[in-house]
Design a protein. Structure first.
Length: 403
């Protein structure tokens, strides 16, 4: 799609207004992600976007896809092989429990409590929402851990779980879309599983080559184009070969860190300063898809999704932790740290808007996810801090040690 001067002007205004709203949010103790989404809604077609005589739907796909691939790469690199080896059983058990718990709670909640949508099969929309509900926002979680210098079994387990449940969510989403997209279920499922395997293989191979090339780049500032180029190659291949860019970028992040061992920190450090700009751009663009009429029409969907997902996360994480004999503090409090939801969930919703068969349903899903993202990103950091305090992993002001 052509990017006109009007589009470029809108993009510049989104970046600047998102920057200042994020700064203001930080000053009053609110999450910046929520400020970015809110700022984006102000530039939706119904409001300021009307004056630009353009909608981001026409030109934002490559930008949002690239931003989301970078986010997925960072998620993949947030967990190390050593962490998986040390706490892998607990991490995998808890991730499966809380992901499937959220998916089941949202699916049943929407079937029982949500009304029938005109022209949209309720089972289909419930399946889509249940797949999206599995994901957790690693950015909000990591920000809280860094802000309070939290350390301990809960903090370590939490980092692994949010990376794993995002991968599970992407896989489940691909399977659900295959099941409801029409045609033979068996054939669609085979195609979905094939695409998932190809995505992981492509990401793994790219991660191997990225790790082998990185030592030859001696100047730290030049690691960024190497890393960014690798992400773009994987993302571009996913578009051409029709596999999940998110899953592939996540595999790229995990495997490049795995093959680099301790030197992985240097590689990921090169992209750290770009992270906030990516979040700013992605979430403000996501906010421009807001439609007040759809939002008001589906308040019941928003409420059911919001509460059902939290309930499923709390029960599922506790069940998974008990089953894998995780420490009691992890069993009791981890679920409260899994409330935030943002980037991957919004990204999955946005991918539907670029598929003709889901064009109508995507408007409903995007607006429900945007609305709940605002709420989750406000209360999520608070519930995460509450859990870390209860687990005694936030240092005290006097001693500087976890209490």
């Amino acid at each position: 799609m052509e990017i006109t001067q009007s589009n470029i002007l809108l993009l510049g205004l989104l970046l600047l207004s998102g920057l200042f709203s994020g700064q203001l949010a930080s000053k009053i103790g609110m999450p910046r992600v929520a400020a970015y989404v809110f700022t984006g809604t102000l530039f939706s077609p119904e409001l300021l976007g009307h004056f630009f005589k353009t909608t981001p739907d026409d030109w934002s796909q490559p930008i949002t896809q690239t931003a989301l691939a970078i986010i997925a790469f960072i998620i993949g690199g947030s967990i190390t092989a050593a962490q998986l080896q040390r706490m892998g059983k607990s991490m995998i058990g808890i991730a499966l429990g809380e992901s499937l718990g959220a998916a089941l709670a949202v699916f049943l909640g929407l079937l029982v409590l949500a009304p029938t949508l005109d022209g949209i099969p309720l089972v289909s929309i419930a399946l889509i929402f249940s797949a999206i509900s599995t994901t957790t926002a690693p950015a909000g979680t990591i920000a809280v851990l860094h802000q309070y210098r939290a350390k301990g079994p809960l903090s370590t387990t939490l980092l692994g779980v949010v990376a794993l449940d995002d991968a599970l969510g992407i896989i489940l989403f691909a399977i659900v879309i295959a099941l409801i997209s029409g045609g033979s279920i068996e054939y669609n499922l085979e195609i979905a599983l094939f695409e998932i395997i190809v995505a992981i293989i492509v990401g793994a191979v790219a991660g191997f080559f990225l790790a082998k090339l990185a030592p030859y780049v001696h100047k730290k500032s030049m690691l960024l184009p190497l890393t960014l180029g690798s992400i773009l190659v994987v993302s571009g291949l996913s578009e051409i070969l029709h596999f999940s860019a998110l899953l592939s970028a996540m595999a790229l992040g995990f495997l490049s860190r795995f093959f680099l061992f301790s030197a992985g920190d240097k590689l990921f450090g090169s992209i750290d300063f770009l992270e906030e700009t990516v979040f700013l751009l992605f979430f403000t663009l996501a906010g421009t898809h807001f439609h007040s009429a759809i939002f008001l029409q589906h308040l019941d969907l928003i409420l059911v999704y919001f509460f059902a997902r939290i309930l499923g996360k709390l029960i599922g994480s506790g069940f998974g932790a008990k089953l894998t004999k995780a420490p009691i503090l992890v069993t009791r409090w981890l679920g409260f740290s899994l409330v935030p939801q943002a980037g991957v969930a919004v990204g999955l919703a946005l991918t539907l808007s670029h598929q003709a068969e889901f064009k109508e349903v995507s408007l409903v899903i995007i607006n429900v996810i945007l609305a709940t993202t605002l709420i989750y990103e406000f209360i999520g950091p608070l519930t995460a801090r509450f859990a870390l305090q209860k687990a005694g992993e936030i240092p005290t002001a006097k001693t500087g040690t976890p209490r």
